[in-house]
Design a protein. Sequence first.
Length: 151
Amino acid sequence: MKTLRLFCIQSFLTLCLGLFICQGTTLANSNPDDACAEVLNVSITLDANADEISWTLINTDIYNKVADGEYYTLEDNFETVSTSVCVLNGCYEFTIYDSWGDGIACQEEGDHITITTESGENILLSNGQFEDFINIEFCIDQNGITLQNKV
């Protein structure tokens, strides 16, 4: 399994890359009020055309890209890439794209695209069967995760 990056949102407009370990508590070197509301684990098993796949996670409250995955190469074919994203309370939109329009055509059955919380709650489980893109919207608050649309 290849780990790409760890993202942590520190405040309204500040994004740090790869420097903090987020565990739903106060981040190192940050204001205690800016603790992660949730840690999202994004995992994607790529197919034989990894260079066709990209994704984004956007905070729709402030229209800010929180995390993304792109620039996969043919060397990433059949790899599972994982990213942990520390997020604040708010609404988010995850979109995964396939530039060829045939989704992730894996030979093995199962969920090839997953977004789960650190506590194990499933936000997205997909077998990769889509054409151009999959889009899911969800909100995180003190009561947990609320899906705005279902795939």
